[in-house]
Write a protein that binds this ligand. Structure first.
Ligand code: URA
Length: 249
């Protein structure tokens, strides 16, 4: 595999930023500075970036990421004190300790990721990485008029501060698609309630480059290496490898 791609896989930086790291002479392969990002590596070499060795677990090759279509009534913590079913229980992965990537409310359905890669989970949920999340919300008192849509787009004042600009469109009367980059508690519900349209049902349909697609509720699939790589790139650079509108920059 190309050296720059290998670094991106390891979560060091996006593919382009990894190429720059190599060009700039900051990467050593088996104690030799390599400035060719296309240099072929097998993954068995000792690779250092700025003198720091990539730890084996950062290589990511043996890490797993699952995508679950979360049903309602399921909690997205690893354990629940009230005995409710958790998202982790949907994945059969013996010997692997899985963590949910972020949270969905118990009554929210849709796309949630589970992984044993703590570093990836952190990158994807930290607000500075601005990974876009797309929700479809059925709201009360539709249709949602232009002033309310504009407030949602420009930012809504919540008790924990203004929300960042969001992309919002009305798919049909009372059905909104919202793309947000933050992950505050109950954010979509609070935003919609604040503009006079409480949420009746909420589903997450996309997370960074991944879409829920037609996976049935309760269905799980393991992400392919290419999908994991795209996900790593989305969480590799503060400011996001995807644009504010959710498209790749
Ligand atoms: N926003 C919410 O209000 N709830 C969720 O579960 C996710 C985003």
């Amino acid at each position: 595999m190309r050296l720059a791609k290998h670094l991106a896989h390891a979560g060091v930086a996006s593919r382009r930023a990894s190429e720059r790291l190599v060009f700039d002479g900051r990467v050593e392969v088996d104690d030799e500075v390599v400035t060719d990002p296309a240099r072929d590596v097998s993954g068995r070499e000792r690779i250092r970036v700025d003198g720091k060795t990539l730890r084996a677990h950062e290589r990511g090759a043996d890490r797993v990421v699952y995508l679950l279509h979360k049903p309602p009534g399921v909690v997205s913590t690893a354990k629940d004190t009230h005995g409710r079913k958790t998202v982790v229980e949907f994945v059969r992965s013996p010997g692997t300790r899985l963590y949910p990537v972020g949270r969905l409310d118990a009554d929210t359905t849709g796309l949630i990721l589970l992984t044993d890669d703590g570093d990836l989970a952190h990158r994807l949920t930290h607000p500075s990485f601005e990974v876009p999340k797309v929700y479809v919300a059925e709201v009360a008192h539709g249709p949602v008029r232009e002033p309310a849509l504009r407030r949602l787009r420009e930012g809504v004042s919540l008790e924990d501060g203004m929300t960042s600009p969001a992309k919002v469109r009305q798919l049909r009367q009372g059905l909104l698609e919202l793309t947000i980059h933050e992950g505050r508690k109950r954010q979509v519900k609070r935003m919609c309630a604040e503009v006079g349209h409480p949420v009746k049902a909420l589903q997450r349909v996309a997370y960074g480059p991944l879409r829920l697609g037609d996976l049935a509720q309760g269905g799980v699939r393991r992400l392919s290496p290419a999908e994991v790589e795209r996900l790593r790139s989305a969480g590799a650079e503060p400011g996001g490898a995807t644009g504010r509108d959710g498209r790749r920059a």
